[in-house]
Design a binder for this molecule. Structure first.
Ligand code: NAP
Length: 483
């Protein structure tokens, strides 16, 4: 019997093969083994999924928001019952450590459904009184929502879109990354098990060109929520704009971690290392550029290198592992090419730079890069300003807050950043001058799901999170009644 899982599309409540007989192979990043095959879906499959979503839309949109919140709660409960399975599949499919898959991916996917269920129960629309009239805002569904997600946090990001989309009365066609299809299929199983009305949630596997692009251009899709790279986001924006679809783009980042001279290095170090390398540096919010006040530059580097060298890199299934494998051979090669470029640009590799030493034989076919720290690059060099999206950080000295802000803003991206300091007032003031959607002071990835999430510049368009998600996934209609 084969160990390879064959996944199907989930359309109109049925598991369906794709219209073409071509399959896409899914590999384990840890050892390169072929673990699953997904259908290479095409525009016919997208058409079928959109038709199902369209047909389901009227009844689903007719339910009250409290009834739909009840459905989200059911999905959250059923997903929670399978949380360990989610973590195991996510670790296998992405190469991330199992401890991370449990504490972040599995937990947050459940939390996303629960959070939006709660938001639905608390939801109140606005009333604006005039002296002679009353304005009442009504939130209507947008229609069919096309949801496109990347491979780094597969179910975490998919659930972040599915939950508010369903809550606000939309029906969904989801297209996950071809490289991490497994937990999207698990979500479809959960949705089938809880008995969500047929056609409300549809899943189409496949690649961006053959399945993603027809979804973004489909005339009956009214909204696209896309998370992925900036170059793809540009294509998605072009494709969606001719039909005036509602569009949210959550794109790449090149975030700065700013270490002020008054920082308590010892206390902050584990958090700074986490901000640099979580998920092998494959989190859009990771701080891939560390800007350090010149007075503590050498002592910071010494402490940082020691902490990085203590990280446990290896078998993602081992509970002790802190860093796993990169998503694909192609992505590993891209990351390694940036390390080569760093040397060409005059940088010095202080640690890492290639595959980890002593990786067990069973993992030799995997896609490994050890945590890499680079010093000596100009802050406007390509390696310091382009997104590498791997376990690679560059170090840069600065002389005062103004210079730190200037360097932080020296990239086309503007997603996130963090500032580490004993002076929280100065840190907060600096935060306002950094052109990014999200800045943390003395913490990183400390998430309150109610706050706006999104980037500026080339990091995206629009905001999701809390009421921003509810606004994006609905049409606010004003009804003005004259007294
Ligand atoms: P990607 O290559 O842009 O792909 C993202 C998704 O878009 C995948 O499902 C992909 O399908 C699909 N796609 C590709 N071409 C498409 C097209 N022409 N039309 C429609 N869909 C298309 O990104 P990735 O490599 O998966 O993810 C890494 C990137 O995501 C990084 O840049 C990271 O910073 C960013 N990211 C941003 C956030 C955020 O919140 N801002 C969060 C996480 C990740 P296939 O890959 O299956 O072909």
């Amino acid at each position: 019997m084969s160990d390879i899982t064959e996944l199907s599309n989930f359309i109109n409540g049925e598991w369906r093969p794709a219209n073409c007989d071509h399959w896409i192979e899914d590999y384990s990043p840890a050892n390169g083994a072929h673990i699953a095959s997904i259908p290479c879906s095409s525009s016919e499959d997208i058409d079928a999924a959109v038709e199902a979503a369209l047909n389901a839309g009227e009844d689903w949109g007719y339910l009250s928001i409290a009834e739909r919140a009840g459905w989200l709660e059911k999905i959250a409960d059923a997903l929670e019952n399978r949380a360990e399975e989610v973590a195991q599949l996510e670790s296998l499919d992405t190469g991330k450590p199992i401890s991370l898959a449990r504490s972040v991916d599995a937990a947050r996917s459940v939390a996303n459904f629960r959070f939006f269920a709660e938001q639905g129960r608390e939801f109140e629309s606005e009333i604006f009184e005039m002296s002679d009239a009353t304005n009442r805002v009504v939130y209507k569904p947008v229609g069919v929502a096309g949801l496109i997600t990347p491979w780094n946090l597969p179910l975490y990001l998919l659930s972040w879109k599915v939950a508010p989309a369903l809550l606000m009365g939309n029906t969904v066609v989801a297209k996950p990354s071809e490289m991490t299809p497994m937990t999207a299929s698990l979500l479809a199983e959960v949705i089938e098990d809880v008995g969500l009305p047929t056609g409300v949630f549809n899943l189409v596997h496949g690649n961006g060109r053959d399945a993603g692009a027809p979804l973004t251009s489909h005339p009956d899709v009214n909204l696209i929520s896309f998370t992925g790279g900036t170059a793809t986001g540009r294509e998605v924006a072009k494709s969606a704009s001719s039909g005036f679809k509602k569009l949210s783009l959550e794109l790449g980042g090149k975030n700065a971690t700013i270490i002020r001279e008054d920082v308590d290095i010892e206390n902050m170090m584990s958090s700074i290392v986490r901000a640099s390398f979580l998920n092998q540096g494959q989190v859009c919010l990771c701080g891939s550029r560390i800007l350090i006040h010149e007075s503590i530059y050498d002592s910071f580097i010494e402490a940082f290198l020691e902490a990085v060298s203590n990280m446990v890199v290896g078998d993602p299934a081992d509970e002790e592992t802190e860093l796993g494998a990169l998503i694909s051979a192609e992505h590993r090669d891209k990351v390694l090419s940036y390390i080569d470029l760093a040397e060409e640009e005059g940088g010095s590799i202080l640690c890492g730079g290639g595959a980890p030493v002593g990786i067990p034989q069973a993992f030799e076919g995997g896609y490994w890069v050890s945590p890499t720290v680079i010093d000596g690059l100009a802050p406007d060099s390509r390696c310091s300003t382009e997104e590498i999206f791997g376990p690679v950080v560059t170090l840069h000295p600065f002389s005062d807050d103004e210079e730190a802000i200037e360097i932080a803003n020296m990239t086309d991206y503007g997603l996130a950043g963090s500032i580490w300091t004993a002076d929280v007032e100065a840190g907060s003031e600096m935060a306002e001058q950094i052109d990014s959607g999200m800045i943390w002071v003395n913490c990183w990835l400390h998430r309150d799901l109610r706050v706006p999430f999104g980037g500026v510049k080339n990091s995206g368009v629009g905001r999701e999170g809390g009421r921003w998600s509810l606004g994006f996934f609905s049409e606010a209609i004003n009804i003005c009644v004259k007294h």
